[in-house]
Structures are given as C-alpha cells and as structure tokens.
Design a protein around this ligand. Structure first.
Ligand code: GRF
Length: 193
C-alpha cells in the first residue's frame, strides 16, 4: 500500500491535528502525515508536532499583507517540497485564494464545527444555542471557493442540552470532530489510491 502524503494546516491548538496524527499511526491507515504547516509561528499546535517526529513549519502570513495569493503560493511551494497529495485544514483561520482552492480541488478538506449547511462561519456554538436548535455537530467537507460550502464527506451530530454554554457545547462537538476527521481522511485517501 502506498500511503497518501498529507499536510495538515493549523493556526491554533491543533487538537484535530493530533487526532489525525494518532489515526495515521495505524498500520492499515491509507495516509501518512508528512508535514504540519502553520500561518501562526507561535501556534501551540506546532510545538506538539515535533514530539511526534513530524516536520513542522511556520509560514507567517503577516509579511504578505493583503496579498493573499502570494502567501498561498509560498504555502503551495512547501506542499510541493513535501510531495503532498492531500491537504487537511484543521483550525486554519485563513481564507484561501481561488487560485489555491482550484489547484488543490478534490484534495483539500476542512473540518467545520456545525452541521453544514447550518451555521457557516464563526461562533457556531454560540449561534446554535441562540437559535435554539436541538442538534448540533461537525462536518468534514471538500473546500470550494465559497466559505464552508463544499461537498460533505462526513458529518456527526450531538444533542444541545439545557444549560449548555458555548464552551460545554464546543467540548461535546470537539469529541465528534476527533472521530470524523480521521474517518473522512481515510475515505478520501482510499478513493485516491
Ligand atoms: C475546531 O473546532 C474546528 O472544527 C474549527 O476550529 C477548531 C480547531 O480546533 N475549524 P483544533 O485547533 O483542532 O483544536
């Protein structure tokens, strides 16, 4: 079995990244985590990657200012250098340019903390509670130019309980995120082999 080479892009704590790294340790997993890239040099997640013996690189977006595509070209060069097949966004807090999204079409996936198409964008847990929904959850989807809108690969729901705060709901959702992201990556990697 030739494993697909995966890059994980993060901006923060990297708990989904760790879930993917753990899953990829299984002998029969069809993907290996080749590199973790962060646009935030001091992202807490970056420090955790070294411990796992995986390459970790920061590409700070700040020097690129408003030039989104120039940053994305740098990102793309790093992905090429690591011979990446699949890109997983995991708490990567930057909108990617249409150029980048087109280039990685079908091989670029994201995890979003809601049952898409409900609650695209930020503050999903707060908005779910305010809307009074009884079910909330997480979605892994292909990335398309429109934010949080691509075809869905995996989705899982959790109940919204009386007395939930955005934090308590986020913690419940995060548990299912860590289950569905490795499953979605497995499915994508297998489909590309
Ligand atoms: C997760 O809730 C993910 O769904 C969202 O950002 C958060 C990242 O958390 N896109 P972590 O960095 O994976 O811990």
């Amino acid at each position: 079995m030739t494993r697909k080479r995966v890059a994980i892009l993060i901006s923060g704590r990297g708990s989904n990244m760790m879930a993917l790294i753990e899953a990829a340790k299984a002998a029969d997993y069809p993907a290996e985590i080749a590199v973790v890239l962060s646009n935030v040099p001091d992202a807490t997640g970056l420090a955790r990657v070294g411990e796992a013996g995986i390459a970790a690189e920061a590409i700070d977006h700040k020097p690129f200012g408003q030039d989104r595509e120039a940053f994305d070209r740098q990102l793309d060069a790093a992905l090429e250098a690591h011979r990446i097949d699949i890109v997983c966004l995991a708490g990567f807090m930057r909108v990617l340019s249409p150029w980048f999204v087109a280039r990685w079409n079908g091989r670029l996936i994201n995890i979003h903390p809601s049952l898409l198409p409900a609650f695209k964008g930020l503050h999903t847990h707060e908005r779910a509670i305010a809307a009074g929904v009884k079910e909330h959850g997480a979605t892994v989807h292909f990335v398309v130019p429109e934010l949080d809108s691509g075809p869905i690969i995996e989705q899982a729901s959790v109940p919204v309980l009386p007395g939930d705060t955005p934090d308590s709901l986020a913690a419940r959702v995060l548990e299912v995120e860590h289950r569905i992201y490795p499953r979605a990556l497995r499915r994508l990697a297998e489909s590309l082999i």
